[in-house]
Design a binder for this molecule. Structure first.
Ligand code: PLP
Length: 861
């Protein structure tokens, strides 16, 4: 029978247990094992059967049990301790507060916009790496005390659940989430009414959304939800599921996230008194319309400063950071230009913002661009003065991919930097591993993360090995439980499933592989040569076992086919005890998976993995990475912390390339990985393996942390953005001036020329140590020498007269002549032997620019 209406009755806790409600209402429990213990104490069985969901647990536990607990002094003491710990966590000074107390500047608040947030399995508002990263960003900001406010959407259908048909084909079900059963609370006006925002849409009434607040430790996360009374049905569906349906559906979602998100922030700060964000961080292009709403606020909104468009653009850009995550052009979010025009024309979402100016922000008006589309990433770069990719290699790939926006500059100068992703250790590291380091006196709460991970070095090998075995054993148990459930769903009778009790072996080298079944991730590379794989799995002395998981996008039959191929292979009775596919990869499965693996395998097609974070989670649990040098591994593989699978870069034939890379993978496992794992001393401890584990923890531990990532954002992007933002924002005079200056520089640039360059000081046979003097005569038209930088660009010259490995040296103005001509001089000491070349160029100069390439203009001889 179907219910005609459903709601969740909230439990009433006896007063002595009121603190349980506070603990359940802040997601900090999701990364705090001691708080989870308190919930388990309430009712261990219910804790497991609700999927470790505090709100579900408290809703399901009977009155009688609650009354019993209310009189249980030992329980109450544990509850009080956990509650006091949360209070300390929420109110004490942390890294950011200590830093500010020491006089280091930083923004009052930062808004972080993302289409998905993966925080805990009980709030399944994510679909993969991007969401998990956003969740880890908020958690690490909370740990550091960085004043971030998250902004996202609340989707009615959570992340889909994956199961398998008899034939191994992926089946999806979408859980319907009841907000009343989630750890979120409705934002209300002081008079008790729900707070809402609205957006004008072209084809009907205004779109309404309510605002949920999620407490992620110290960080509030606002989530917008259109499934409310007052909206027609098709509006209620705007937040039905992540990245749903048609282009238009996605556009509405992104409108809600960007434009609605800024409006929700304003409502939230008005009601709560929270400081207004000084910096806006756009996590991937989907949230980019936030910049358009800010332009509306600054240009036409009632009560606003009524700036002109260009000035508002400068104010918005200065305080906006854009992070791109996609190394493949096909992965970029684009809309038909006409659709955007329709939604943003006069009576549209941001009335008063000229639609032609808006369309220009997303136009692909560069070589090879498509004039019919509106590109969200391109808009992201134009609306943010600071932008980054998510690993060093991805920064490089992004500079190449978007170089069309700064055509006058070499790739190295395209203003896209990189900050390598990280993972939130308290969420992803098994508590036994934390305890190992803590047993050597390390403090997991200290800011000194190097010291914590270095402590791993002192752990005796036998202890470390015993913990790894324990974690492997737990994964084996968990995998058997999941396998049994999956086989029952696939239609097998229990009697047929006896083999599952001996599937996997807690003493066999365990290789994990879990990721979305996107084609570039090559889920099936390992089965390129099934016979070779079999012989590795069934090796008489040095067997390996594989634990595999991953979801395909529901519309991606290609991905589902890859999963089916793996499933069919793992169904083979000859090897099914050594290779398993576990359905429904999500946070709940991932948490025991990483600690239980000895080796984490990753074999994407290079360079399509922007960063990858699962290998980082494995590393923090003492897992060794076996990976293609892509994403973060390209940067931090050091020869001793794992293995690099050689890639056949440049081999055009993809089949041949896959053959070569698969063979290299098999060779590595057979000749390096397995022999080392099974090479044990008299006590059964593989000492050389443990050396690598120690080295991994010590060298990668401090680097792969989300706290390292967030502090990099604070130092390299948020603080500079806040500083420039304040200079432009205080009375807007700086912004008016900057916008006028840019207009003048652009208009005058055709008159800027390098007319003539002379050098002296180096003769026919220049030597290292010689000083070269350069004189450049340049025409600047109406611009003054202070408004430009005349630069000597020098480096190695190649056969084609191209300059590589270049460095810059600014020349200084010495004399001005009639007609806007000037002389600039400088000296350079030749400090390197070999081929040398130089040129002189002119770029705009203003200390409000983040880089000389910002305007995209340059004058060369
Ligand atoms: C970490 C994680 C991801 C992202 O991992 P990648 O290595 O970036 O593919 C995806 N899903 C879950 C459940 C995760 O925990």
């Amino acid at each position: 029978m179907r219910a005609i209406r459903r709601f969740t009755v909230r439990p009433v806790l006896p007063p002595p247990l009121a603190a349980l409600g506070d603990l359940a209402g802040n997601l900090r429990w999701s990364w705090h094992p001691e708080t989870q213990d308190v919930f388990a104490d309430v009712d261990a069985e219910l804790w497991e059967s609700t999927g470790r969901d505090p709100v579900g647990l408290l809703g399901a536990v009977g009155r009688q049990r609650l009354e019993q607990l209310a009189g249980d002094e030992a329980f109450l003491a544990r509850l009080r301790a956990a509650h006091a710990d949360l209070e300390r966590y929420l109110t004490g000074d942390r890294w950011y507060q200590r830093r500010r107390a020491a006089g280091v500047d930083g923004p009052e608040a930062i808004a972080y916009f993302s289409p998905e947030f993966g925080i805990t399995a009980v709030l399944p508002q994510y679909s993969g790496g991007l969401g998990i990263l956003a969740g880890d960003h908020l958690k690490a900001a909370s740990d550091l005390g960085v004043p971030i406010v998250g902004v996202g959407l609340l989707y009615r259908h959570g992340y889909f659940k994956q199961s398998l048909s008899r034939e191994g084909w992926q089946q999806e079900t979408y859980p319907v989430l009841d907000p009343d059963g989630l750890p979120i609370s409705l934002l209300r006006e002081p008079n008790g009414e729900r707070a809402t925002i609205s957006i004008a849409l072209p084809d009907g009434p205004e779109l309404l959304a309510r605002i949920w607040v999620v407490s992620v430790g110290r960080v509030p996360l606002l989530m917008l939800d259109t499934d409310i009374e007052g909206n027609p049905d098709h509006y209620r569906d705007v937040t039905d599921r992540l990245y749903g349906g048609t282009s238009e559906h996605r556009l509405r979602q992104e409108l809600l996230l960007g434009v609605g998100g800024v409006r929700a922030l304003r409502v939230y700060t008005r009601i709560t008194g929270h400081p207004a964000p000084e910096v806006f961080h756009t996590n991937e292009g989907h949230a980019g319309f936030l910049g358009v709403e800010r332009i509306r606020e600054l240009t036409v909104a009632e009560g606003g400063p009524r700036l002109d468009f260009d000035t508002a653009l400068e104010v918005g850009r200065a305080s906006t950071v854009f992070t791109t995550h996609t190394p493949v052009p096909a992965g970029i979010d684009r809309f038909p230009r006409t659709l955007v025009e329709q939604y943003f024309s006069d009576a549209g979402a941001t009335p008063g913002v000229p639609v032609d100016r808006l369309l220009a922000l997303g136009a692909e008006d560069y070589d090879g661009g498509d004039p019919g589309v509106f590109n969200m990433a391109v808009m992201g770069f134009r609306l943010a003065q600071r932008a980054n990719g998510v690993s060093r290699l991805h920064g490089h790939v992004s500079r190449g991919m978007f170089s069309g926006l700064w055509p006058a500059f070499d790739e190295a100068e395209v203003p896209i930097t990189s900050i390598t992703n990280g993972v939130h250790a308290p969420t992803w590291v098994g508590r036994e591993v934390i305890a190992l380091a803590a047993s050597q006196g390390a403090d997991p709460d200290s800011d000194d993360t190097d010291a914590f991970w270095a402590a791993a070095d002192k752990v005796p090998g036998s202890e470390m090995w015993a913990v790894k075995r324990q974690l492997r054993e737990r994964l084996v148990q968990e995998a058997r439980r999941r396998l049994a459930r999956s086989w029952e769903k696939r239609g097998s009778a229990r009697a047929e499933l006896g083999w599952i009790e001996s599937a996997l072996d807690p003493d066999v080298l365990t290789i994990g592989f879990a990721r979305r079944a996107a084609s570039y991730k090559r889920l099936t590379l390992m089965m390129r040569d099934p016979e070779r794989l079999k012989s590795l799995l069934l090796h008489p002395e040095r067997p390996v076992q594989l634990v595999i998981a991953g979801k395909a996008h529901p519309a991606d039959d290609g991905g589902k086919k890859l999963i089916q191929d793996i499933v069919r292979l793992s169904d083979d009775p000859a090897i099914r005890h050594r290779i398993v596919f576990l359905p429904n990869y999500d946070i709940a499965m991932a948490q025991p998976l990483y600690p239980g693996c000895d080796v984490w395998l990753n074999n994407p097609l290079r360079p399509y993995e922007a960063c990858g974070t699962s290998g980082m989670k494995a590393a923090l649990n003492g897992g060794l990475n076996l990976s293609v040098l892509d994403g973060w591994w390209d940067e931090w593989y050091d020869g001793d912390n794992g293995w690099a699978i050689p890639t056949a870069d440049g081999v055009e034939d993809v089949d041949h390339r896959d053959d070569l890379e698969a063979a290299a993978l098999y060779d590595l496992i057979e000749n390096e990985v397995a022999p080392r794992f099974y090479d044990v001393d008299a006590d059964g401890v593989p000492t050389r393996w443990i050396e690598m584990v120690r080295h991994t923890l010590k060298s990668l531990g401090p680097k792969v942390l989300a706290t390292r990532m967030v502090s990099d954002y604070v130092r390299q992007l948020y603080t500079p953005a806040a500083t420039t933002g304040r200079r432009l924002n205080s009375d807007y005079a700086g912004a008016v001036e900057l916008a006028a200056w840019k207009r003048r520089v652009r208009a005058g640039w055709p008159g800027v020329r390098v007319e003539h360059v002379e050098s002296s000081g180096v003769g026919d046979a220049p030597e290292v140590g010689d000083t070269m003097s350069v004189r450049a005569f340049v025409a600047l038209g109406d611009l003054t020498p202070g408004e430009v930088d005349v630069q000597l660009v020098h480096g190695r010259s190649t056969g084609e007269d191209d300059l590589v490995d270049t460095a810059l040296e600014s020349l200084h103005p010495v004399e001005s002549y009639e007609g806007g001509r000037h002389r600039f001089d400088g000296d350079l000491v030749l400090d390197r032997s070999g081929s040398f070349g130089y040129t002189v160029r002119v770029v705009p100069r203003n200390d409000l620019l983040a880089t000389p390439a910002e305007l995209g203009i340059v004058a060369l001889p």
